[in-house]
Ligand binder design. Structure first.
Ligand SMILES: [Zn+2]
Length: 265
């Protein structure tokens, strides 16, 4: 990653306003789904206290990022938030590669700084935008606050962090979806206990998920919600089958397999 703190120009003032508008939409969605959940509120507080709007720029190498200091601050804070406007993908080959067609939001860690990228044209309903922002926000907070510093193995570190991020997400999904979500989850847990296939069965619950979350606005959203729902069921299945003290390890091992088999990215 390459940070550039060159002087502000008028185009950046417009860019700041435009990106702030997109940021506000993502933040509103995150606050709505967070409700009074303590874990989600911690993430929101972290984002609000530390975020610095930024934009992608071209550099010869790596992902170029310029914090939009807006003429007030001298240096960037510990969380750079890039709202990716249409056309930003073409800033550089590296940016193009990072923001492929399936991309709606993402996190990157760089030494003591975190970077969150939020796509302006996310093609996501507010529930999923909110969950995505909180998920990436959790990574950002865990990275800056070094939550899992004792995990020296990089892959294991990643998996534990993902576990916590998903656990927060599943709490919010359960609260949002209520009884209908719980019932559907139980049905999926029963199904996956009977099958050897370790991958989501896409399309199977479209009708039920639409009843709970509303009509999906894109293929990207359909894919995301079915994957997350399946993952929630897998966590539940492990919790049902494994002794309480072994659940964390079993879920971490399961997640590791998902990344190795590219079920998750
Ligand atoms: Zn994640």
């Amino acid at each position: 990653m390459f940070l550039c703190f060159c002087g502000s120009v008028s185009a950046e003032v417009n860019s700041y306003a435009e990106r702030t508008e997109v940021y506000d939409q993502w933040m509103k969605a995150a606050k709505n789904i967070a409700g009074d959940d303590e874990g989600a509120k911690d993430v929101l507080d972290f984002i609000i206290a530390n975020e610095q709007k930024s934009m992608p720029i071209y550099t010869d190498e790596g992902l170029g990022i310029r914090p939009l200091l807006n003429g007030v601050q001298k240096e960037a804070k510990s969380l750079l938030v890039i709202c990716l406007m249409p056309g930003d993908e073409n800033t550089s080959p590296e940016w193009f590669e990072t923001t492929d067609n399936s991309f709606a939001a993402g996190f990157m860690g760089d030494e003591s700084m975190s970077i969150i990228v939020l796509r302006a044209q996310a093609q996501m309903s507010d529930v999923w935008k909110g969950l995505l922002f909180l998920h990436e926000g959790f990574h950002a907070m865990a990275h800056v606050k070094k939550f899992f510093a004792e995990e020296k193995d990089p892959l294991r570190h990643r998996v534990i962090e993902e576990y916590f991020a998903y656990a927060m997400e599943f709490n919010l999904l359960r609260k949002y979806g209520g009884k209908a979500y719980e019932t559907l989850l139980d049905k999926e847990v029963v199904r996956i206990k009977k099958t050897d296939k370790v991958a989501p069965e896409y399309g199977m619950y479209e009708k039920e998920l639409t009843r709970i979350f509303g009509k999906s606005v894109s293929q990207r959203e359909t894919f995301l919600r079915e994957t997350i729902f399946w993952l929630n069921a897998q966590f539940q299945k492990i919790a049902d089958e494994v002794k309480p003290e072994k659940v964390d390890d079993a879920i971490a091992t399961f997640l590791l397999g998902c990344y190795q088999n590219e079920i998750l990215q």
